[in-house]
Design a protein around this ligand. Structure first.
Ligand SMILES: *Cc1c(COP(=O)(O)O)cnc(C)c1O
Length: 392
């Protein structure tokens, strides 16, 4: 039987950039097949378990039959209330749970859907480079055009708003920013957020602040919420995640907060695509947000130790890097004369250590590689020793 049937992916799929970790995964499999004990510092997924009181809350909530039905699209009132109170305690924000907060199935879900609410085909979206790949991909899915904002070391890895051409700014609908930043570990101060607000008002651009790492910070540093800065709620929305703060990446829960009309626009998209987050998970998330935050302080303490250890090892090996005030990443300059893919390959071949080449996060990430501190301390120590040996 002859068949003329053919499966053709839509252009938006065919034009996707290659999956960031695909090339690394392949190489990793090859090295592993040779019997090398690989230490993976590539993926930013916490190794530590979700705190026990949150797991218990889920176990309890999962048994309740009223939680087995469709949840509310926008999130349970109690979940939105807990999110508002957390924002108030943590950042002194005043958000109305009914109109200014929306539950998300992980913050990635909200980030991926927001262009559908505000971007028409041909509109521009301003996207950081290097950056979390979802910003650009979601823009493309919605038919938007990406304008990359390079994050350069000389600017503290903040975008240079002056460098955005006027004709692009005029046609831009959204701007994504993310501080504390993945992958650079950079943080933003109030002055930067103020400049973003002025720029956004001048050009009528909605600001989407990805706040996934506000709770993972070191020493006495306390990252800001974009919404703390006067005028932010007029122009913006902030994406919060429980994933990194409470080691809950697999649970898929987060929330958006900010301007009511922007929140409502995102809600309109979601109502037509998903049916909200499992209520039992929302109940456990209420416990996470409302209980004593000692577990978060403890998590930061652990990451701090890991950071000290790895920074020491990398400096001993001769690498050039800044010590981040927040996030569980290190963003490290390539040795002179090597590109990012070359360093990643060399560390895998000679040390059995997986790192992420910086150009995987965008062209402006070339010249760097990223290490994630999401493996236990003994493995991190071993990785550091192997890197020193391989380079030294
Ligand atoms: C991990 C991460 C997210 C996604 O978090 P989820 O809430 O698990 O979807 C969003 N943005 C950045 C920059 C991240 O690193």
């Amino acid at each position: 039987m002859s068949s003329s049937f053919s499966i053709d992916y839509a252009d938006r799929i065919q034009t996707l950039p290659p999956y960031l970790f695909a090339a690394i995964d392949k190489k990793k499999a090859e090295v592993k097949a040779r019997g090398v004990d690989i230490i993976d510092l590539g993926v930013g997924d916490p190794d530590l378990p979700t705190p026990a009181h949150i797991v218990s809350a889920l176990q309890h909530a999962a048994a309740k039959k009223e939680n087995h039905r469709y949840p509310s699209y926008v999130g349970m009132p109690a979940f939105r209330e807990a999110a508002a109170q957390w924002l108030s305690r943590r950042f002194d924000l005043d958000c109305d749970p009914a109109s200014e907060i929306l539950s998300l199935i992980g913050s990635k879900e909200g980030i991926a859907h927001i262009p559908f609410a505000f971007v028409n085909p041909g509109d521009y979206v301003l996207v950081p480079d290097p950056g979390y790949p979802v910003y650009a991909v979601a823009t493309g899915f919605a038919g938007g055009l990406v304008h990359k904002m390079p994050l350069l070391e000389k600017n503290g890895f903040l975008p240079d708003l002056e460098a955005i051409p006027d004709d692009i700014a005029r046609r831009a609908k959204l701007m994504f920013i993310n501080y504390p930043n993945n992958p650079t570990g950079a943080v933003a101060d109030e002055d930067f957020f103020e400049r973003v607000i002025i720029f956004a008002r001048r050009h009528n651009i909605i600001v989407c602040h990805d706040a996934a790492y506000t709770e993972l910070a070191y020493q006495d540093y306390r990252p800001l919420s974009f919404l703390q800065v006067p005028g932010a709620k007029e122009v913006g929305i902030e994406f919060h995640s429980l994933s990194k703060t409470y080691n809950m990446t697999g649970w898929r829960i987060g929330f958006a907060a900010g301007n009511a009309e922007i929140v409502n626009g995102l809600g309109k998209v979601k109502t037509n695509i998903d049916s909200g987050a499992f209520q039992a998970i929302q109940e456990a998330a209420i416990v996470a947000l409302s209980a004593d935050q000692h577990c978060v302080a403890e998590l930061c303490r652990i990451y701090q130790q890991r950071q000290d250890l790895m920074v020491n090892a990398l400096q001993t090996a001769g690498f050039d890097l800044a010590v981040p005030k927040a996030t569980f990443y290190l963003w490290i300059k390539n040795p002179v004369g090597m590109d990012s893919a070359g360093v990643a390959s060399m560390l895998l071949e000679q040390a059995g250590v997986v790192v992420t080449p910086g150009n995987g996060f965008g062209d402006a990430g070339e010249g760097y590689f990223r290490i994630s501190l999401t493996v236990p301390e003994d493995r991190l120590r071993e990785a550091g020793e192997r890197i020193i040996k391989a380079i030294g």
